[in-house]
Ligand binder design. Sequence first.
Ligand code: DGT
Ligand code: CA
Ligand code: CA
Ligand code: ZN
Length: 585
Amino acid sequence: MAQISKEGIIEILESIGRLLELKGEIVFKIRAYTNAARALETFSGDLEQLSKEERLGEIDGVGKAIAEKITEMLETGKLGFYERLKAEFPAGLFELFELQGLGPKKIRALWDKLGITSVAELEAACNDGRVATLAGFGEKTAANITAAIASRAKHAGRFRLGEIAGEAEQMLAELKELPEVGLVSLAGSYRRRKEVVGDLDFIVATSKPEVVSEFFVKHTMVESVIVNGATKSSVRFKSGIQADLRVVKGGEYPFALNYFTGSKEHNIVLRSRALARGWTLNEYRLALVENPKTAPEPIPPIHEERDLYRALGLDYIPPELREDRGEFEAAENHTLPDLVEVENLRGTFHNHTTASDGRATLEEMAEAARELGLQYLGIADHSKSSFQAHGLDADRLLAQVAEIKALNAKYDGHFRIFSGTECDILKDGSLDFPDEVLAQLDYVVASVHAAFTQSQAEMTKRIIRAISNPHVTMLGHLTGRLLLSRDAYQVDVPAVIEAAAETGTIIELNASPWRLDMDWRWWPLAKEKGVRCSINPDAHSTGQLQQLFYGVGAARKGWLTRKDVVNCLPLGKIEAELARKRSRV
Ligand code: DGT
Ligand code: CA
Ligand code: CA
Ligand code: ZN
């Protein structure tokens, strides 16, 4: 038996061709491999037999050297030459070949000139304009690459929560409207508000499963149907995300909802708590264990999820906390936090206007915030070092301060705009504006926007130096990550949290669905150290103010209450909070 299929061999030959081109080898050497791959595609004979008879070279397009390599692959399933060749390149570079329209020559140029060795780095270089200005590339190529990266991510099977929330909520709302539907909910990672979601899980209680399933699979939002069954249907929405619909009977609903909300880790603990009482818990019901060793407790009636938790000796655990990260102990001891809600927010900081890279004017942003029912809006346009985002210099910033003052006079205390800046943290941790300028603002967000490749020690020192400045009210997007796109830079998060606690600096929870940074996993530590959070939409348009919704989801996952979130403070109290650090000695 051959150790490898013909398709496998063709793939390796093609890869070799690409790698040789990447290496800058002469054309005929490259052609030898691509031609051999073409030849094998149309060859219908028995490769193994031919190899045994040492007659592979008789195939048109396969020379002696490549015939030997094919034999090696047939016999061992591998090719030493290929393994050695691959080892000459950084591993991440191979992902770049998955991007449509990007060949070895361009990849070589990106690697040589910009040091790009991964899709994430390439996306960042497209975003900050480095690709467009590279010789032989230009705006159009950069835009094509950005589109190719987006389409690859779309099919990679993971989605930022904010990318698919529109489809999820629309389907949910329409299912709710159906007369045949009794109860309906989204479950899974979406309900738990994970920052990245694999697929959507809808749970419906109905006595007419066919009607509901039919509605689901025939919806205009559906691109293709994967499974169309009586109790379970799966489809792919236009965004590319898969959505599962599970149809259950009314009595099964709390169990199905609970099971499919997860997380898996949370479910495992719930099940073992049930077992300890002599019960088995699954996605449909709670039942008595068969042949119990001791007499089981009677099962109380369960009408909703809350009843299930109570039966298992627990306070109701909100979906965002169901990650088996301490929620069981707290639910047993009645110490679960009263989680922050969207309705608790009174204002927001870190928003951009047309003065830097936003799409709405100051006044448009203020009006949109008022419409959302907020009492105040913080403006924090970029500072001058973020030139690609049209960062403001001191003159333009102070002109904006005056403009805000005039607008505030008009609002006459009913609403307030706070003057701020998103001040760049420079390489050495100094700030993009001198203290005299910062002192004229209501608050300052300090963020890292360049020199991401510093060592962890340097980056940590840089950020801590920046937040040690008494004018820095809050730290913007702590790690710089762009979900599914750019990794966080190296930074010692606990050390920064410690420094924020010591200096009285607020840490931002950047609510952009691309960021959700600082990550929810760190907030319990920040809270323990007494660091407060500001949920900031980082809005670059009026619509993006609603990103606050994702921020609240992440804050809830981080166990935060309204007391931990400064922008739950009303106008009249928030001013003192903003001034608190500056007035410390
Ligand atoms: P995702 O879709 O990858 O973002 O994450 P989830 O949590 O939505 O996972 P999914 O859709 O595969 O399954 C939904 C829930 O169903 C999951 O959170 C817990 C439950 N579940 C699925 N498979 C298992 C399993 O093997 N064991 C247990 N205990 N629960 C499971
Ligand atoms: Ca899911
Ligand atoms: Ca699923
Ligand atoms: Zn920023």
